[in-house]
Design a protein around this ligand. Sequence first.
Ligand code: 5GP
Length: 233
Amino acid sequence: MSSVFIVSAPSGSGKSTLVERLLSSVPGLTFSISYTTRSPRGHEKNGQDYFFIPAEEFQVMIEGGEFLEWAVLFGKDYYGTARRFLEEARRQGHDLVLDIDVQGAAQIKQKLPDAASIFILPPSRDALVARLRGRGEDAEEVIQRRLGRAAGEIEDYSKYDYVVINDWIEQAAEKLCAIVLAARVSRQAGAGADPAANDPEAKRWLELAHACRTASVSEQVQPILETFSTARK
Ligand code: 5GP
């Protein structure tokens, strides 16, 4: 049996770095490489970051039922998760990691209710602005558009099972890994059994994961949300 982990975050939250850390630290994970109709950015490689395909080809894949979920983002670009990544992960006994947006996460949760969803939050709007500017990838106008979109996306955090606040990358990476590892030990232990019995490492993963449960972090999330809503007023 495999588990599915959905990771979503506003652009600039450090999600890619965290997902890279997760994939290099935890064995037995398959990353789903999405299909998109958007153009590659400078450093991106086809088949590695995304499969970059023309809109016509994307349409054929939709009609062929090849996507587990797909969404139109920024009013024009199509993004989709291919079903075959899940099939491949299952065949290999791997867990699958999806880096998808809020709409995609909702579709996956509907089809696979056991999937665990994780929302990565920046520690504040100022921190997000600093990261977006620091990347030096986008023009100010694009940065402002991303910030506007982030404010909307962040409001959906409560639909996720877990929230990881990315204030320190090392800690945030440890939490993300713990969520995956805790889910794995719980699944392996089976219903009714104590997954942490005689295993201090598993106990730590379970504690860290529990502390990231959406209900557990709401007090820490409120001040972050306020930095976004104040900026909109
Ligand atoms: P970017 O264009 O900056 O790489 O990604 C923009 C957004 O698309 C991000 O929020 C990313 O998580 C999301 N995304 C990437 N792949 C998929 C996908 O297959 N499905 C959905 N629904 N969203 C995706």
